[in-house]
Design a protein around this ligand. Structure first.
Ligand SMILES: *[C@@H]1O[C@H](CO)[C@@H](O)[C@H](O)[C@H]1NC(C)=O
Ligand SMILES: *[C@@H]1O[C@H](CO)[C@@H](O)[C@H](O)[C@H]1NC(C)=O
Length: 253
């Protein structure tokens, strides 16, 4: 503490530890899934860039998203026939499920010298053909993309950051007890006014650190969705699959 400036010395007696900590602000409060009204205050249905299909075999709709008990968001993927195929990357993808996606209404940006923390508790399946995810992706162009957690039907959970469009950093971890809720936390922090460090935790244990090149100051979408088939293999399940999230919170660092 030898280098405490005069200003800091003068201010300290007036600031308690809690007022200093309170400078982190809440962008999405943990009450977000307490009711449908709270959910709809912070999230829209389907993909936040518009559209009800993306890179797999599910068509998203509002009917497959619910507040299943106060504090819990549940998305249900239901097998279906006779749906029009999706088109993604110039290819047609058969739609074999109706499911759900929610996208945050606000965009999130890592500011110079600051950061963001996304956390929640997730109950997700690792069955073949099920692809639940909790992820951030670029509002303009691509990347950034941070897959804060995704489960691609392999018995594992994956944590991925696209350093650039051609360089992916990834960490796959064995995922035990998928029927239980597991805590996920992801922290994005500016490191030099331009690049962002991404740290991941599962059940309170730090898992890995990645870097996103030029992520700082780029707006991000937040998506929670239950995609099916695609990267998680096919055919997927012939009965309903659910994906639940509680204690979701987004704060500044
Ligand atoms: C990713 O980006 C960071 C920041 O620009 C850089 O230091 C790092 O070497 C890059 N590559 C990987 C694989 O993380
Ligand atoms: C499957 O999910 C749909 C949509 O939530 C629901 O209407 C239907 O009753 C479910 N089917 C079964 C067998 O639980």
């Amino acid at each position: 503490m030898r280098s405490l400036s005069l200003t800091a010395v003068l201010l300290l007696p007036f600031s308690t530890a809690s007022t200093l900590k309170a400078r982190a602000s809440t962008l999405i409060p943990s009450t977000v899934f307490d009711s449908t009204a709270n959910l709809e205050q912070y999230f829209t249905y389907n993909y936040p860039w518009g559209g009800d299909t993306h890179n797999g075999g599910a068509r998203m709709d509002k009917a497959h998203v619910s507040i299943s008990s106060p504090g819990t968001l549940t998305i249900t993927a239901q097998p279906v026939k006779g749906q029009k195929p999706a088109t993604h990357g110039g290819k047609q993808i058969a739609i074999n499920y109706l499911s759900g996606a929610v996208g945050a209404k606000q965009h999130f940006t890592v500011p110079k010298g600051g950061g963001l923390v996304f956390s929640g508790s997730f109950q997700a399946t690792t069955t073949k053909g099920t692809w639940p995810a909790f992820w951030l992706t670029a509002v303009n162009g691509w990347p950034p993309e941070v897959d804060m957690a995704e489960w691609k039907g392999s018995g594992k959970i994956s944590f991925n950051t696209f350093n650039t469009s051609s360089v992916l950093s990834w960490k796959d971890v064995t995922y035990s007890n998928p029927s239980q809720f597991h805590d996920i936390k992801c922290q994005l922090r500016d490191i030099n006014g331009k690049d962002t460090q991404v740290k991941y935790w599962m059940d309170g244990v730090e898992v890995t650190t990645h870097y996103g090149k030029d992520y700082t100051e780029k707006p991000l979408y937040l998506v929670i969705n239950l995609q099916m088939e695609g990267s998680s293999g096919s055919p997927g399940p012939t009965t309903n699959t659910t994906y639940s999230v509680k204690n979701l919170q987004v704060t500044t660092l």
